[in-house]
Ligand binder design. Structure first.
Ligand code: DGL
Length: 276
């Protein structure tokens, strides 16, 4: 029987967005194996009700748990903000990590390096904004920070379509952030894992704002916690070996493989179609 620490780490999102988190996990934990699931058949999660997000998140997590994983990373802000406690309870003692707290840490850190009074603008899905998850996580860390929230539901579709550089995409991004550009110094927190593909476009639209996301901080938290739990793979002992990643999607495997590289920043190998 395979030792728990040598099992893969499960990662899921509603679609390809979570690949931005997977990319950071690959950098922080190069020897680990991963299984990534994109629930593309049911995307977007960000416009669904709380009950539906919890149900979909539990089904996605179950599919990964059934394949044998040692930890789960919820690489979706919508599912993290709404379903994380339910997932942690249902799959205990499996360690389950979300992206909202790490995202809040990244934003508060970025704001602390800017002018006093810098505010944080959370750009996320409708469900993430209305859940108040980021607002709560940021206030816990820095009660004095002014926080604004903006739901940007169209961005998820634009990102999944691979339209990150089209003029129409830039017009939509500019339209959605316009109201915040006059508010003085601010940090844009990309509170949706699909949005980092627009980081460059956003900094071109406004050269004065700083843009952060939760990917690197999440990967750092996961690496640290797995180390503490003694769950890092033995492959760490042989520095020549790099881990493998298996990709699963609930629809459009060919498209996932083709567009996914924009999120992962490298080509994906085969994508298997699965049913939840
Ligand atoms: N990538 C997901 C997130 O981080 C949501 C996209 C969706 O609406 O499904 O919130």
């Amino acid at each position: 029987m395979q030792q728990t620490s040598n099992l893969p780490i499960g990662v899921f999102d509603s679609g390809m967005g979570g690949l931005t988190v997977l990319s950071a996990l690959h950098s922080s934990l190069p020897q680990e194996n991963f299984i990534y699931l994109g629930d593309t058949a049911r995307l977007p999660y960000g416009t669904k009700t709380r009950e539906t997000v919890i149900k979909y998140a539990e089904q996605a997590a179950s599919a990964l748990v059934a394949r044998g994983i040692k930890a789960l990373v919820v690489a979706c802000n919508t599912a993290s903000g709404i379903a994380l406690p339910a997932l942690q309870k249902r799959f205990a003692p499996l360690p389950v990590y979300g992206v909202v707290e790490p995202g809040a840490i990244a934003a508060v850190h970025a704001a602390s390096t800017q002018a006093i009074g810098t505010s944080v603008v959370v750009l996320a899905t409708e469900s993430t904004i209305s859940s108040g998850a980021y607002q709560k996580a940021i206030i816990k860390l820095a009660p004095q920070i002014r926080i604004f929230g903006r739901a940007c539901p169209l961005w998820v579709t634009l990102a999944e379509m691979g339209n990150r550089d089209a003029n129409l995409t830039r017009d939509i991004l500019a339209h959605d952030i316009r109201g915040f550009l006059q508010k003085g110094s601010c940090v844009f927190l990309l509170g949706c894992t699909h949005f980092p593909v627009f980081s460059q476009a956003l900094t071109e639209i406004s050269t004065t704002v700083s843009v952060v996301d939760s990917a690197a901080t999440t990967a750092g938290v996961v690496a640290e916690k797995l180390k503490t739990l003694g769950l890092l793979t033995d492959n760490l002992l042989s520095d020549a070996k790099h881990g493998q990643t298996r990709y699963l999607a609930t629809d459009g495997a060919a498209r996932f493989k083709q567009v996914g590289g924009q999120f992962l920043k490298c080509a994906l190998n085969e994508v298997e179609l699965v049913d939840l």
